[in-house]
Design a protein around this ligand. Structure first.
Ligand SMILES: NC(=O)c1ccc[n+]([C@@H]2O[C@H](COP(=O)([O-])OP(=O)(O)OC[C@H]3O[C@@H](n4cnc5c(N)ncnc54)[C@H](O)[C@@H]3O)[C@@H](O)[C@H]2O)c1
Length: 439
């Protein structure tokens, strides 16, 4: 099939590359001409494991190409995916749909007759109706079908998630669009990936419900972690104790600095707004967002507590600034409010991240960027692990204890054994572990 993917970001580029790997003919279109130029030079604009190889293979075999001119790319397509960003709108936090609607307007003028338009961007309920209206307005003669096909991939494991999804959700009432989508996903259907066919509004809401539910799990275990610290219990064992129950499941029960990233915060906010607009508030999600927002600065107080609440004159090494490992994405990363709070408390902050340094330089001011974890820790009063990159799991504690000004480790991801860290002469502070072990 001929597929046009509008937006070559984390979702569009991965989806386009995977569809081409299935054998489809794909062109990824992005309005950012620099991004398209670098892709045409074989350079990846994002860090995603396995992506460069996947793209190179499919470009080499002539199934994948990149363009910035939407008109010529779309006019050949049987299926046009919209995978542009839907960030939080300034002012009210609802989803900013301006990129989606702009793409719909551009498509409308050039859409081949009978092409199927698919919204892969995460969009609030009713957006598909508006996309359809815009396209009809631009092109009254087109027999257009607009489908909702939300994406559930995770950055850092995006290719695997795309090729082996837990489920594919396809929202349309149009039988022709449904059979086109079945053809698009046929290779995954053959792999027995479940495909849920539903109506468009249900598909749109499913995506927000999924992300908000996962965010709720994280916020829940974080509050249990706080309680565990107060009552002398261990949140990791609580998480295991509840997670082994199949009705609960073990995933998304890792206590930490609060959820962040390109999706959960903005999607939870957008669901809240949809609820309020429809006089059906989702109060649980409202609380989740509030609890999570407060948590980020609370993590800075956790660091300060190791110094009697005062960070003035202290140097703090922060390891990991991306919102999770294996991505360079810093959108809404917990490191951002944490570092700001550390600075507000008077600390000097040093930073190292294995791949996020370039992005970090656009985000942080008055921060010292270091070449590796040890240079970062040198002379510091505390080492704070914010993102659990693999390479931070086995730091040489002996070496750290000799180069740091003060032996304090604040492990916001619980990746170290408190006993082992303390054996090496450190004061250790994890998340949701008993105080007798934590300090
Ligand atoms: N990042 C994730 O992990 C993830 C996972 C699931 C769903 N989503 C959703 O997918 C959507 C895309 O997210 P992303 O992270 O890939 O965003 P992104 O910002 O990485 O990529 C969006 C791309 O679209 C391009 N673009 C914007 N308007 C355009 C236009 N009119 N024509 C052509 N290109 C245009 C931008 O230049 C950018 O490269 C969002 O709705 C997001 O919520 C993201």
């Amino acid at each position: 099939m001929h597929i046009a993917m509008i937006g070559a970001g984390y979702v569009g580029l991965v989806s386009g590359a995977c569809f081409s790997d299935f054998g489809h003919q794909v062109v990824c279109i992005d309005s950012n001409a620099e991004k398209v130029a670098s892709l045409n030079n074989g350079e990846m604009p994002i860090h995603e494991p396995g992506l460069a190889e996947l793209v190179a293979r499919n470009v080499g075999q002539g199934r994948l190409s990149f363009a910035s001119d939407l008109k010529s790319a779309v006019s050949e397509a049987e299926v046009v995916f919209i995978a542009v960003g839907t960030p939080s709108r300034r002012g009210d936090g609802h989803a900013d749909l301006s990129y989606v609607y702009a793409a719909a307007r551009e498509i409308g003028t050039v859409l081949p007759e009978r092409a199927v338009v698919v919204t892969k961007s995460t969009v609030p309920v009713g957006t598909g109706d508006e996309v359809e209206r815009i396209i009809r307005e631009e092109n009254p003669a087109a027999t257009v079908a607009v489908v909702s096909n939300p994406e559930f991939l995770r950055e850092g494991a995006a290719i695997r998630d795309f090729k082996h999804p837990d489920r594919i959700v396809i929202g349309t009432d149009d039988p022709r669009a449904r059979s086109v989508m079945a053809e698009v996903y046929r290779p995954l259907h053959l792999n027995a990936s479940p495909i849920l066919y539903t109506d468009r509004r249900t598909a749109e809401l499913t995506k927000y419900a999924a992300n908000s539910f996962l965010a709720t799990k994280i916020a829940f275990i974080n509050e249990i972690a706080d309680l565990a610290e107060k009552v002398g219990a261990n949140v990791q064992e609580v998480a295991r104790g509840i997670g082994l129950d199949n009705r609960i499941g073990q995933k998304f029960l890792h206590a930490g600095p609060g959820f962040g990233g390109s999706c959960f915060p903005k999607d939870a906010m957008a669901l809240i707004k949809t609820g309020q607009d429809n006089e059906s508030p989702v109060r649980i999600v409202e609380t989740v967002v509030a609890v999570n927002d407060q948590r980020k600065r609370a993590m800075a107080r956790k660091v300060a507590n190791a110094f009697g609440g005062n960070l003035r004159g202290k140097s703090i090494a922060v390891l990991g600034v991306t919102f999770k490992p294996d991505t360079d994405d810093m959108r809404d990363a917990p490191s951002i409010p944490l570092i700001t709070a550390l600075q507000d408390m008077g600390a000097e902050v040093r930073v190292f991240d294995p791949v996020g340094m370039e992005q970090a330089k656009n985000v942080f001011e008055n921060v010292t960027f270091c070449e590796n974890a040890y240079r970062c820790a040198k002379g510091c009063h505390a080492l704070v692990i914010v993102t659990e990159w693999e390479q931070f799991r086995a730091l040489d504690l002996k070496e750290l204890s000799t180069i740091m000004a003060c032996p304090v480790i604040v492990d916001l991801r619980n990746i170290y054994s408190p006993e082992e860290v303390r054996r090496n002469g450190f004061l250790y502070c994890g998340v949701g572990r008993p105080k007798s072990v934590a300090y």
